[in-house]
Design a protein. Structure first.
Length: 186
């Protein structure tokens, strides 16, 4: 097994990510439902802050808040946050995590697939991508040690000390090490 890829907290991950799955299925197109904008915090439990781009002082993150491209979410001990990153994807931000939203494009300029790029500095996140109903998208999570790019629908990324870890629950995730090495795990 590639040293970048290690099993971790999968049972907890699956149970906790059920909330994100339910959120994604709630956003499938239906006439009676209001669609949430990309970057919407749909669940906030515990202490979490949001720092808008441009060095604005962090404020308490609340359910319904919008996260702008370049914005940073930081969670405290025991906290969890679910953020809709596109009409077909959401992330569950774990406790003690720092996450920057580098890109969130529903329709990239010139066409193409929706694109989400996140930068995980510390902590953990889980990603849920609904490609069955909405088609493929370009979704990746950058850590200090490499990049995990979704080629599937259900995965998690965590940082522990000087290492990053990925766990794939469903589909395939391509791992690109910061030193240029790569692997695909399913």
């Amino acid at each position: 097994m590639n040293p970048l890829i290690r099993p971790f907290f999968l049972p907890t991950f699956r149970a906790a990510f059920l909330s994100a799955f339910l959120l994604l299925t709630a956003f499938s197109p239906a006439p009676a439902q209001e669609e949430k904008a990309p970057g919407t915090a749909t669940l906030v439990v515990g202490a979490a802050t949001y720092e808008a781009p441009g060095g604005v002082a962090p404020v308490e993150l609340k359910q319904g808040d919008l996260i702008a491209v370049g914005g940073k979410v930081t969670t405290g001990p025991g906290a969890k946050v679910v953020i809709l990153t596109s009409r077909q994807s959401a992330v569950r931000v774990g406790a003690d995590t720092t996450l920057v939203f580098e890109e969130m494009e529903e329709t990239p300029a010139g066409g193409g697939k929706p694109k989400v790029r996140l930068q995980l500095s510390s902590g953990s996140l889980g990603a849920m991508i609904n490609s069955k109903d909405f088609g493929e998208m370009d979704f990746s999570v950058k850590t200090p040690h490499g990049v995990a790019a979704a080629r599937g629908t259900f995965f998690a990324v965590a940082i522990s000390g000087d290492r990053s870890f990925a766990q794939v629950g469903e589909g395939v995730v391509e791992i690109q090490a910061a030193d240029g090495g790569s692997a695909a795990e399913n």
